[in-house]
Design a protein. Structure first.
Length: 141
């Protein structure tokens, strides 16, 4: 993970507004989308000016794949998800970020994508605190 000035990294305003910071992996920030409709996590590589995975160094690409796989495995087990959707779209937020969404055959949007299906429903304080506490240790690997 050499060759980058990590001091220049700043999280996109939309991600700051819509998400709760949980912790940091070696490469990525781990965020929770503040939408209780779906267990929805986001990894954001802490690299300035990166829009696409192929723009990351080879070492960072490998690290992102490891962090994404690790997070997906934890989410699947924790929520007993039927499917984990992983996507890096970037149409609304150009900064590289990778969505990890636990999906269930009885969720609001199944089998369609979650985007635009229902208005976001913010977490209640107690529920949010529990998720943040449970997932903070995911980063400590």
């Amino acid at each position: 993970m050499k060759g980058y000035d990590d001091a220049m990294f700043e999280l996109h305003t939309r991600l700051k507004t819509d998400c709760i910071h949980i912790g940091n992996f070696p490469l990525c920030q781990l965020l929770l989308m503040n939408d209780a409709n779906y267990p929805w996590f986001i990894l954001v590589p802490q690299r300035d000016g990166i829009r696409e995975i192929f723009e990351l160094s080879e070492d960072d690409q490998k690290q992102l794949l490891w962090e994404s796989s690790h997070l997906s495995k934890v989410i699947a087990a924790y929520f007993k998800a039927d499917k984990i959707n992983v996507a890096a779209l970037g149409n609304m937020v150009p900064q590289l970020h990778v969505h990890h969404i636990a999906r269930f055959t009885d969720d609001l949007a199944w089998p369609a994508p979650v985007w635009g299906h229902a208005d976001a429903r913010p977490y209640k304080k107690k529920q949010l605190a529990g998720l943040v506490d449970s997932f903070r240790d995911v980063c400590l690997v």
